[in-house]
Design a protein around this ligand. Structure first.
Ligand SMILES: [Zn+2]
Length: 273
């Protein structure tokens, strides 16, 4: 699997090279420098180039307290999953810390407010350039990049900057998503918890849907009367979909299968028995 962090470094290196090439071209026009003829074609000069340009790009670079990856959103899959292009390659990105109601699951019904969440994300992110921030884990088990999606780069990390500029926070504040904590990716969990409380207290979005229609708390019915619960590869317990123990793997099974195979209910998330 490709490293996203690696791609970030790679793209910086390329842009540094381009910057230096441009500068050299200008200088040579002015007659100040006789450019090394092997410079542009030979890969042996790459090291020299990136060392030389370090000072140039740092002074010109926009200051941000965090490392972000600039990416173009090419498709919105659902409320909490988008597709981006990164260095010409398509990647799926799962937003960290949030769960929007289900709209795409093959065996689950569309959950209340799922369509609204998807539309909201589409209206805000489609075709837009965003800045991805990674947490501890770069990808989930499906190979999706796990990220915080900044609409513009924050000038500092503060509550007001997160509220203003981070899309994951907007989903929670506007009631389009529930908090979903998957350790170890918990950098903003304190902020996110607060935003969810605010949205719930104000009956925003999915929190305003009458309880009888609300299916935001997994497990949900598969339609065949079966309840879905989740296993990990190595654990002996079964869980609801949002349980923190599922950070390393989330294998859906029916409740009856889980029990038949000898799995016990998790004591932390309290799945149905
Ligand atoms: Zn659990």
């Amino acid at each position: 699997m490709n490293s996203v962090r690696g791609q970030l470094n790679g793209s910086h290196r390329i842009s540094k090279l381009l910057t230096l090439s441009l500068l050299l071209a200008i200088l040579s026009i002015l007659g100040c420098v006789d450019p090394d003829p092997g410079y542009r074609s030979s890969s042996s000069t790459t090291v020299k180039a990136s060392t030389d340009t370090k000072a140039l790009t740092t002074t010109g670079a926009k200051k941000s307290p965090i490392n972000t990856i600039e990416a173009l959103v090419v498709r919105v899959v659902d409320g909490d999953t988008i597709q981006i292009t990164l260095n010409g390659k398509k990647e799926k990105v799962r937003l960290i810390g949030v769960d929007t109601p289900e709209t795409k699951h093959p065996s689950k019904p569309v959950e209340a407010y799922g369509k609204q969440a998807e539309e909201y994300t589409r209206s805000k992110l489609s075709g837009r350039t965003v800045f991805l921030e990674l947490d501890v884990q770069e990808r989930d088990k499906y190979g999706r990049v796990l990220a915080y999606v900044w609409l513009t780069q924050p000038s500092k990390i503060s509550d007001s900057e997160i509220r203003a500029k981070m899309f994951n926070a907007h989903l929670l504040l506007d009631g389009y998503a529930q908090l979903a904590t998957y350790p170890p990716n918990v950098k903003y969990v304190d902020h996110f918890t607060k935003y969810q409380v605010e949205a719930r207290n104000a009956d925003r979005g999915l929190w305003g849907v009458p309880t009888t229609q609300k299916s935001v708390a997994p497990p949900s019915d598969t339609g065949s009367g079966e309840i879905t619960v989740y296993l990990t590869r190595t654990g002996e317990k079964y869980h609801v979909g949002t349980c923190g123990y599922l950070s390393k793997g989330k294998i859906p099974v029916s409740l009856s299968d889980a029990k038949a195979q000898g799995y016990e209910p998790c004591s932390v998330c309290g799945p149905p028995q």
